[in-house]
Write a protein that binds this ligand. Structure first.
Ligand SMILES: Cc1cc2nc3c(=O)[nH]c(=O)nc-3n(C[C@H](O)[C@H](O)[C@H](O)COP(=O)(O)OP(=O)(O)OC[C@H]3O[C@@H](n4cnc5c(N)ncnc54)[C@H](O)[C@@H]3O)c2cc1C
Length: 530
């Protein structure tokens, strides 16, 4: 009988031939190569703890009919995996999904496979036009408030590094990876311990998912922004949508709010309609840029030039005496700092990379935790206003033309305005202006960042180098608000389902996609039970 096994903790040299995994298995478990079938990498990570012995640690799946002597690293696996519900489970239901980020896309796909009629509304443009709009913003400083790094087909993570790690443990995570691997033509994300897609492959994947939605009978409407919800007897009846042809009314049975963390106008509309919402902690700070080789040398030692090693990343954190946390977030090896504003007269930054991560600089967000007490208001949307103030002040500091305010690390630590760039050149477009961070960030943020950078310099040699660049502000690391939902994932308005990162139930691409699937499954379950 064929059995499927998973062998973990296999030490593999950087020079190994990964097309000969059978040889590796044969050596490890003591059976002949000819009895080993369907070998595949399940996980591959770099072990660089000892800089004179950098190697890969792999988990490998394989089938065999041979008898194997059990060992601690070997488990028999069932081969069972998550599959979404299918059939005529939602027949006759018209469901509007608002937002085509990972939450909205995976929710739409799951509902369509369960027989629902789905209209997907997206305020931004299709990814082809969105790419042009972002390039135009970077070249000329002309912001399109509905088609930018935050808004448009694919959602906030399309022009990103596309990291897919998640802190959540859920069988749907693997399913999301498999779907993204298929649509983005990215087989590596299925086994890489730190999977990432990159903007180039994400753009292709988003187009491919749109095609699958259309093939399944879904309707996709770009440049369609939800501006009001028709509610009678505390139950949703329809959506009011602003479109290029004017305002439209679309009748529906249910609405999914997969609107992301930057849909501030929509948050205010929902608040005015009486949706229950509450404040949520988040973080603010800046992007830091170093030479990628500095990070590679620090993480890999002398092995850093080995062609089998991908550009290195890092994850840093420290707790300060006053209880604040400072940490690196969304590190983009070989990436660029991008202009992530979505409102006129405000600036914010984020990071992206292409799949090869082959740019000169490494960048990551350096963030300081922000608690609701910092908002100085009980209003559920006070966190939005906290973000807006920083973004407006940064816009003014930068010269009111979307130039980002920047300061070199050495000057920031000595509290003086920088004059010239040194070894590191900034990647942010359209432009930068030398400004003290203290001009636009709250005191507790700059104070914490100063302490954090010095601490991080002890962990990564050169992290606190004088020439590293701080570009700011980074304000949209996660949603400042949560739209409340019950155990069936429904809001206080019947038929309306808050979903994904903007609603406060996810943090990142994979967990947002998983939340989209969970909301769709909850709707299917509710319909079955009604
Ligand atoms: C530059 C950048 C880099 C990032 N890098 C990573 C990364 O490497 N890894 C990672 O896991 N996460 C990353 N993130 C975060 C990640 O993108 C989000 O966690 C994720 O996209 C959230 O998914 P979502 O579907 O909940 O919301 P979003 O992806 O934000 O999607 C919401 C969508 O709703 C639309 N919308 C909003 N309001 C309306 C309305 N009223 N009517 C119609 N449509 C509306 C928006 O246009 C948007 O397309 C990054 C984010 C950015 C901005």
């Amino acid at each position: 009988m064929i059995k499927i096994y998973r062998l973990s903790n296999v030490k593999v040299s950087l020079d190994a031939d990964f097309s000969n995994l059978e040889g590796v298995i044969s050596k490890e478990v003591g059976i002949s190569k000819k009895n080993i079938f369907n070998c595949s990498l399940y996980k591959k990570s770099v072990d660089a703890r000892k800089k004179n012995n950098v190697h890969f640690i792999c988990t490998i799946d394989f089938d065999t009919t041979a008898m194997i002597k059990q060992n601690n690293n070997l488990t028999e696996i069932s081969g069972e995996k998550y599959t979404p519900p299918t059939g005529d489970l939602c027949k006759g239901q018209h469901i509007i999904v608002v937002g085509s980020g990972p939450a909205g896309l995976f929710c739409t796909l799951t509902l369509l496979k369960a027989g629902a009629k789905v209209t997907l509304l997206e305020r931004g443009e299709c990814v082809e036009q969105r790419t042009k709009d972002i390039t135009e913003f970077q070249n000329s400083g002309k912001l399109n408030i509905n088609s930018n790094i935050q808004f448009g087909e694919g959602g906030a993570g399309t022009f990103s590094d596309g990291k897919l790690n998640t802190g959540i443990k859920n069988p749907r995570c693997r399913y999301v990876l498999e779907e993204l691997s298929k649509h983005c033509n990215a087989p590596d994300i299925l086994y890489d311990a730190k999977p990432h897609i990159g903007t180039d492959r994400l753009v292709l994947g988003v187009k491919s998912i749109r095609q699958e939605i259309l093939n399944l009978g879904g309707v996709v409407l770009f440049s369609h922004r939800l501006v009001d919800i028709d509610i009678k007897d505390n139950t949703v009846k329809g959506a009011v949508v602003s479109s290029p042809d004017g305002e439209k009314y679309i009748e529906c049975d249910k609405i999914i709010l997969a609107i992301g963390h930057s849909a501030r106008d929509t948050f205010y509309m929902l608040y005015d309609k009486g949706f229950d919402m509450c404040q949520k902690p988040f973080s603010v700070g800046v992007r830091v840029e170093h030479p990628q080789t500095l990070i590679d040398k620090s993480q890999y030692g002398d092995a850093y030039i080995h062609p089998a090693l991908a550009p290195a990343d890092y994850k840093l954190s420290c707790h300060l005496e006053d209880g604040r946390g400072v940490y690196s977030f969304c590190m983009c090896p070989g990436g660029t700092v991008v202009p992530a504003a979505s409102e006129e007269g405000m600036i914010c930054t984020n990071g992206m990379s292409v799949s090869k991560r082959n740019g000169e600089n490494a960048n990551s967000a350096l963030l300081v935790s922000v608690e609701p007490k910092d908002f100085e208001s009980e209003h559920p949307l006070a966190g939005v206003e906290f973000q807006r103030k920083i973004e407006r002040d940064a816009f003014v500091s930068g010269g009111e033309n979307y130039s980002a305010p920047v300061q070199l690390v050495g000057d920031f630590l000595k509290n003086r305005t920088s004059k010239n760039f040194g070894k590191v050149k900034p990647s942010y477009l359209p432009n930068t202006k030398f400004v003290k961070l203290d001009e636009y960030l709250p005191d507790f943020v700059t104070k914490s960042l100063r302490l954090g950078i010095v601490e991080f310099g002890k962990k990564i040699r050169g992290f606190d180098m004088d020439d590293a660049i701080l570009t700011g502000p980074e304000t949209r690391s996660s949603s400042p608000v949560r739209i409340l939902r019950d155990e069936h994932l429904v809001s206080n308005i019947k038929g309306v389902y808050p979903c994904g990162e903007g609603a406060g139930y996810a943090g990142g691409i994979t967990s947002a996609a998983v939340d989209g699937i969970k909301v769709a499954e909850s709707i299917i379950e509710n319909i079955k039970n009604s």
